[in-house]
Design a protein. Structure first.
Length: 130
């Protein structure tokens, strides 16, 4: 992480998401599992465990290993869906915040434009005497 990354302000929706995740033990656990399951260490660990299982624990066609891998896939897909749902919630919160900010700025700009127009009309009337 660079100095610029540390100094960059974060979107309020990002800060809210971090606070929510840090406040909930279940979400912190899900984050850690998802982070590990999405890493190369996970791949390497499974390659070693599966090879050892196939060579030393069970003979072909590996029915227990198949069951274990199927159950693991079910749980990991659940963690992926949890992450996707949280990401969708985050994107919606960010979009809502962006919309309200843009809407507020549009109202401010419209009011400033009206004031500039009124001042311009007043200056024309005073300068042209009409």
């Amino acid at each position: 992480m660079t100095k610029l990354d540390l100094q960059a302000p974060h979107h309020p929706a990002v800060l809210d998401q971090w606070a929510q995740r840090n406040a909930d033990l279940q979400l912190r656990i899900a984050d850690r599992i998802t982070a590990f399951a999405g890493s190369m260490q996970f791949v390497y660990l499974h390659a070693v465990v599966f090879a050892a299982w196939m060579l030393f624990v069970e003979k072909s066609p590996w029915p227990a290993l198949t069951l274990i891998v199927s159950l693991e896939a079910i749980f990991l897909s659940t963690f992926v869906m949890i992450g996707q749902n949280r990401q969708a919630d985050f994107q919606q919160a960010k979009a809502d915040k962006d919309y309200s900010t843009v809407d507020r700025l549009l109202e401010e700009n419209t009011e400033l434009t009206r004031q500039v127009h009124a001042l311009t009309k007043e200056m024309h009337q005073r300068m042209l005497g009409g």
